[in-house]
Design a protein around this ligand. Structure first.
Ligand SMILES: [Mn+2]
Length: 440
């Protein structure tokens, strides 16, 4: 409930600041929100700032805007229900000194969030001596390679740098990050940097409470929520590794095999070995610089893109046996069920990137992989050709991602999820096609 109250408070505060009503404008501060458990009603406590305005007038002004505020709130927050708003003058804050205290508390608890460039990030990191790095849940080559390279680069500049241990690291990636891991929670005063993490929801569960402490976000996801105090989010970069390369370069860190190898891992894995359409000439220039250090890039590619475990092949065989095709074979649904995984004993590493499977089949423009996670929860991955936007499909279920690759979670039984996804795909196909040829 506290989280919901805080969200409502944050959203309402900015909405109220934008109200044109002279009774309200610039003279109030919302101090706290108490929503009822069923979300039928939310009490919003209002403090009147300065000497001029009287509390009754302010509350009357807010009351007249309540309908509008509630509608805006409904649009901004995805609550199961948007409460009626009741505004109450907060008398406890009448004394000026107390108000000053609250204002300074507000400043402390909600520092401004800013978007910055790679050069800014480099300057900021240059001023910072101790850095702890966060990677995302179910970490991939980009988040781990970026963390390892940033650690290595910062250490080469005489700084203290660690990557916080991520419980989901698989054996395939473990060697790349092994030298940089910090076990357990970071020190109280540690400065936290998140790499390749699009939203705080993707932080490993054990680090959930660190969300508000993230000082710098470095990421390339278009959907990044900007949850850091500083946010270096560059969606035109194919991988976060590309941004780390720029940041370290701007800091004057020497490019050695120690930084180049994890960066190559990041850059190669996020582009499917330079085959996905996110790959740019800059990606190739970065890769060229990395290769020039003499790293064994062919071995990385062999290990990441060619060699698959037998359990992987057995799982693919089961998935393919139940694959469904729709719309003249342009849409494919693959199911990865708990039963299949129990049968093949495949672990996360074995099924890494299995959501790429449906799009590998000729004619498939929208490939949907529905993975059963237990308790009727399904993780859906969508991959699309140039004509369709995967993140648009996933956004219907509260998910996101990139135009070519998106994801979301859904709850229901298999038949239910199948129907919902088919509807979403059909709607997006009807409304948002780009009419370009498939990039197959
Ligand atoms: Mn990435």
């Amino acid at each position: 409930m506290q989280k919901i109250n805080e969200e409502i408070l944050r959203e309402l505060s900015s909405l109220v600041q934008a109200l044109k009503d002279p009774r309200v404008k610039g003279v109030i501060s919302l101090t706290h929100v108490e929503a009822s458990r069923d979300l039928a009603l939310a009490r919003v406590y209002v403090s009147v700032l300065g000497g001029g305005a009287d509390a009754g007038t302010v509350v009357a002004g807010l009351k007249s805007a309540a309908g509008y505020l509630r509608r805006e709130l409904a649009a901004a927050l995805s609550l199961r229900r948007t409460p009626e708003l009741q505004f109450i003058a907060d008398d406890s804050l009448a004394r000026g000194a107390r108000i000053q205290q609250v204002l300074s508390d507000l400043r402390e608890t909600e520092p401004p969030r800013r978007m910055i460039t790679a050069a800014d990030a480099a300057r900021w990191l240059a001023e910072t001596d101790v850095v702890f790095i966060l990677t995302h849940q179910r970490p991939d080559g980009d988040t781990l390679g970026s963390a390892a390279a940033l650690c290595a680069g910062l250490r080469s500049l005489g700084k203290t740098a660690y990557a916080l241990e991520n419980p989901d690291v698989t054996t395939r990636y473990a060697p790349y990050i092994a030298d940089y891991l910090w076990p357990g929670t970071p020190p109280e005063d540690a400065v936290l940097v998140a790499v390749d993490i699009a939203t705080p929801a993707l932080l490993p569960k054990i680090y959930e409470s660190l969300e508000d402490r993230v000082a710098l976000v470095i990421d390339h996801h278009e959907t990044n929520s900007g949850f850091g105090r500083l946010n270096c989010v560059l969606p035109d970069r194919a991988s976060t590794g590309e941004i780390i390369f720029e940041v370290l370069d701007a800091m004057g860190a020497a490019l050695t095999q120690t930084t180049a190898l994890p960066l190559y891992l990041a850059v190669a894995t996020d582009t499917g070995c330079f085959r996905y359409s996110n790959t740019t000439s800059r990606t190739h220039r970065v890769a060229a610089a990395l290769i020039d250090t003499g790293i064994p890039f062919a071995a990385v590619n062999l290990e990441m893109f060619e060699i698959k475990s037998r359990r992987r092949f057995q799982t693919e065989a089961l998935v393919l046996s139940e694959t469904e095709f729709f719309d003249e074979g342009t849409v494919a649904f693959c199911y990865l069920t708990q039963e299949m995984l129990a049968k093949t004993q495949a672990d996360e590493d074995d099924i890494d990137n299995i959501s790429a499977l449906p799009r590998k089949m000729e004619g498939v423009e929208i490939g949907v992989t529905l993975r059963e996670q237990g308790d009727d929860l399904w993780k859906i991955s969508v991959r699309t050709s140039q004509r369709w936007e995967a993140n648009r499909i996933c956004a219907r279920f509260g998910g996101g991602g990139h135009p070519r690759a998106g994801g979301c979670h859904c709850r229901g039984d298999r038949a239910d999820i199948r129907r919902q996804m088919l509807e979403a795909v059909a709607e997006v196909k009807a409304l948002h096609g780009h009419g370009r040829d498939s990039d197959h």
